[in-house]
Write a protein that binds this ligand. Structure first.
Ligand code: IMP
Length: 174
């Protein structure tokens, strides 16, 4: 698992510019309403930190953690919630914030999990989207970048817990 296998796919300045745009799009979609952003740990933590500052206005933050990967490059296909939200979201405008949508299993699971908690609205935002890998029919409402079917790391995304601290998104090819 060496850094020699990394190739920059999205440089840091492109990410920053797109996140600023996403913040404006999201704020425009909600007007002045408060938004409860729910980050999906761990992969979304860096994106979430930048995104909530780009959205501005009345934003609350909560997190939940799921696991489906067990440290490898392929999803196990079984989504498990390992840490739940701290506060109820009933009556809130909830925006789920994901790092990447791949098969769509995680987003589908989380939409159903939060959907039954009676939010005022539920929308989804993912920094990255790999539409060619979809196994269930889900599409985030806000997408940073669509990317090809390659395994990527950086800006929060990991391979076996490494590379989350890269400021850019890189393709990892073994
Ligand atoms: P899905 O359930 O298959 O859509 O996968 C969602 C989760 O798998 C993401 O939140 C990531 O944690 C992980 N994942 C999917 N593709 C990648 C990748 O290319 N790099 C790192 N993690 C990934």
């Amino acid at each position: 698992m060496s850094a020699d296998h990394l190739r920059v796919l999205i440089p840091s300045d492109h990410i920053q510019a797109r996140v600023a745009e996403l913040g404006r799009e999201i704020r425009a979609a909600y007007g002045d309403d408060p938004i409860t952003c729910v980050g999906v740990l761990k992969g979304s933590f860096i994106f979430m930190a930048d995104l909530v500052r780009a959205i501005g206005g009345d934003v609350r933050c909560d997190f939940l953690a799921v696991s489906s990967y067990h440290g490898g490059m392929r999803s196990s296909g079984v989504v498990r919630i390992t840490e739940d939200l701290r506060a109820p979201v009933e009556g809130h405008h909830v925006l789920l914030v994901e790092d990447i949508v791949d098969t769509g299993l995680t987003l589908d699971y989380l939409q159903r999990l939060i959907g039954v908690r009676a939010p005022r609205s539920l929308r989804t935002c993912s920094l990255l989207d790999k539409p060619s890998r979809r196994e269930v029919d889900v599409k985030p409402d806000f997408i940073g970048f669509s990317i090809p079917d390659e395994f990527v790391v950086g800006y929060g995304l990991d391979l076996g817990e490494r590379f989350r601290n890269l400021p850019h998104i890189a393709v990892y090819s073994p």
